[in-house]
Design a protein around this ligand. Sequence first.
Ligand code: ZN
Ligand code: ZN
Length: 419
Amino acid sequence: MAVLSDEDLPFDAKMLDRLAEVSIRVGLDLQPGQDLIITAPVESLPLVRRLAAEAYRNGAEVVTTMLSDDEVSLARFRHASDESLDRSADWVFEGMARAFDNNTARLAISGANPLLLSGQDPARVARAGKSMSIAAKPAMERITNFTTNWNIVSYPGLEWAKQVFPGKEDDEAVAALAEAIFSISRVDNDDPIAAWAAHQETLTKRQGWLNDQDFQSLHYTAPGTDLTIGLADDHEWKGGSSTSKNGITCTPNIPTEEVFTTPHAQRVEGTVRATKPLVHQGTLIDGIEVRFEGGRIVEARADEGEEVFLRLLDTDEGARRIGEVALVPNSSPISSSGLLFYNTLYDENASCHIALGQCYSKCFRGGIGKDPEAVAKAGGNSSNIHVDWMIGSGELDIDGISKGGDRTPVMRKGEWAYE
Ligand code: ZN
Ligand code: ZN
């Protein structure tokens, strides 16, 4: 895939200016004197160039860009030995971790082919995935713990676009995906910064209501689902913006529609059926059904990609427990688009979801989040993975259950019951 100049883009290049502005000013709230690390697919250079320019205009000192390429990624799976897949470039992540400790902001562009690895041997994909998550841990920990301000935005890559719009010609598919990204990322208006401020206000109200309720657990019912999720002790609901430990308030995900908190890793009971496919490491996993006992997944199946899903659950002990519970109304712009994006950043924001693996330590009251032992004691899960999957739909009802056992409707038919 060649890198296109502005005139050759099948969409309005002005939208990339706005996306760059929202990413740097709202997503990162990049501060003068900060360094910035950008990782991006090579195809997204038209956006990366704008991001670098916008970063420097906002006072960035050193912007470092790391580009990736699908063909280079595939070359490893085609030609490298099995044993070599047990190693990843740990020095990159150690360097990133050091940079994050020194106030460097982090920006990731998604937009590569989401099913790149679907034709590869699942055992090799899992092996490389495991060594990657171990190598990436020093950097990932600092992202999930908000050591620094970070942001992820998307670029309409061709292979991704063809996956979302399989019936369209190349340029039409990219144009359609671009339109969806710009609309859902709230940059298709004259004042995207104000649009994001209004959106944040809505998310803040929802968190406030949930925090006031202080539920002990949530009970989910839908076709194939009868699930009780205990919430962690002293959990706190978050959504939209987050203040990182360097004191900067960033909005990490663009788009974002969710409010979320930390469930109790030992207090999840019952069955749940996924409502959308999950794309994990380039493989589509569809029709997931699992049963929890004492917080642990004790039975699991999938109609498609089952082998990859079961291997994922065996990554480590925490991979069979959940670390996030998130509420998104079924009427969210992503769900309304009716599209399956094959990209968690989009699909997770279409619908209520839970995540296997690592919890967000910031979703606790008081100083609990600063102490890993206190997080574990309050019920926070720990794992090398964090994988979101969708369980929301127009048929989902959720009740909040108080410490005294009272039930309050939280969602009815996938929509907020209290609004
Ligand atoms: Zn989430
Ligand atoms: Zn998540």
